[in-house]
Write a protein that binds this ligand. Structure first.
Ligand code: NAI
Length: 336
């Protein structure tokens, strides 16, 4: 039976990297029926909405989606489609494994982090209004329900995967109530768990300094929404760049898989984007669907291409000369 998977190509480099992931998944021979859906610029153009209702309904109905990045206009325009999508579908947990990849050069060779980010509230929701001209207020909402739910997710994952430690980054010295609530919920969840897993709290400014000093001291990072957004990119920079980090957004009944990077308008439609993060997101999706063998097959193939280190098969950000398409073809060749 075919897996039915919603496919949101997205904006900028989104169509290029999702096409690559789709081609690699199809080359494995697995039976996937794709349901292409508009969002972002295509949503505005064809449906008059950046996030059409039919896109939400289809993901809710089929339960799984592979998504490309979507552009959010800066200091004007519609609210973020990503924020809306995560809130509307209750995709409460962003899950982002950040690891060194074989032979991909970076400043660090000891990164193996799992970023768990609360995905539905906090400053990142963009709840803002003009109080009077020249005065803006921005709301940071924190609830015990959401903070507890994401803490449980982080500790469940750490326990299941036998990780060593969960570290919460916070700013509860300044935001005593909102980050204080987040912290208290994490503490409460931790206190009810087996103490085999370490627990640690760190004020986020120190956390950033510690991360760039020695990332190997961290294992699972638990963060509220806004901090999770920023730390994800910081961590991507530690393993070679945005093209190397996949992601998943999990809810109770559905999941949306997408690379951590944005729509990269500066390189869109130039066959320069590294599709690896999107391919890796596809691999995470296959595991979610229970297709571990196919996931391993694709994973082995891209690792082979990386290990081989032929510049003609690697994209620019990995030190090569290949375009998006050539890298994708090399991965497909390595699968057969
Ligand atoms: P970005 O991640 O799109 O780009 C940052 C830098 O990384 C650029 O130099 C870009 O060329 C490079 N880059 C990104 N992905 C790459 C890849 N796969 N291969 C090679 N190079 C890559 O971040 P930026 O410029 O801050 O945001 C651009 C747009 O993307 C904004 O509208 C933003 O709101 C949106 N965005 C969307 C996300 C999503 O849909 N999940 C996530 C992050 C940003």
């Amino acid at each position: 039976m075919a897996h039915i998977v919603c496919l949101i190509p997205g904006d900028g480099i989104g169509p290029e990297v999702t096409t690559a992931a789709r081609q690699v998944i199809e080359a494995s021979g697995i039976n996937v029926e794709w349901v292409p859906l508009p969002a972002g610029e295509t949503g505005l153009e064809f449906c008059g909405s950046a996030l059409p209702e039919r896109t939400i309904a289809a993901i809710a109905g089929h339960g799984v989606a592979l998504k490309g990045p979507i552009t959010t206009p800066i200091a004007r325009g519609h609210v973020s489609v990503n924020v809306q999508l995560r809130q509307r579908l209750s995709l409460f947990a962003a899950f982002r494994p950040v690891r060194n990849l074989p032979k991909v050069k970076s400043r660090y060779d000891n990164v193996n982090l799992i970023i768990v980010r609360e995905n539905t509230e906090g400053l990142y929701s963009g709840l803002e209004n003009e109080v009077i001209p020249g005065v803006i207020q921005s709301l940071k909402i924190a609830t015990a329900d959401a903070s507890t739910r994401i803490s449980e997710f982080a500790f469940d994952y750490a326990t299941k995967m036998k990780r060593k430690k969960v570290t919460v980054f916070h700013k509860a010295n300044i935001m005593k109530k909102s980050d204080g609530l987040f912290l208290n919920c994490a503490r409460k969840v931790y206190s009810g768990r087996s103490q085999d897993i370490g627990y640690e709290e760190m004020i986020i400014d120190n956390g950033c300094m510690q991360l760039v000093r020695d990332p190997s001291q961290f294992d699972v990072l638990l963060l509220e929404n806004f901090y999770g957004d920023i730390i994800s990119d910081l961590a991507a920079g530690m393993v070679g760049g945005p093209g190397m980090v996949p992601g998943a957004n999990f809810g109770q009944s559905c999941a949306v898989f997408e690379p951590v990077h944005g729509s990269a308008p500066d390189i869109a439609r130039t066959n320069v984007a590294n599709p690896l993060a999107c391919i890796m997101s596809g691999v995470m999706m296959l595991r979610y669907l229970g297709e571990h063998q196919t996931a391993d097959q694709i994973c082995n193939a891209y690792e082979f291409v990386l290990r081989e280190g032929n510049p003609e098969n690697l994209t620019r950000d990995m030190g090569g000369t290949a375009g998006t398409e050539q890298f994708t073809e090399a991965v497909i060749r390595a699968m057969t």
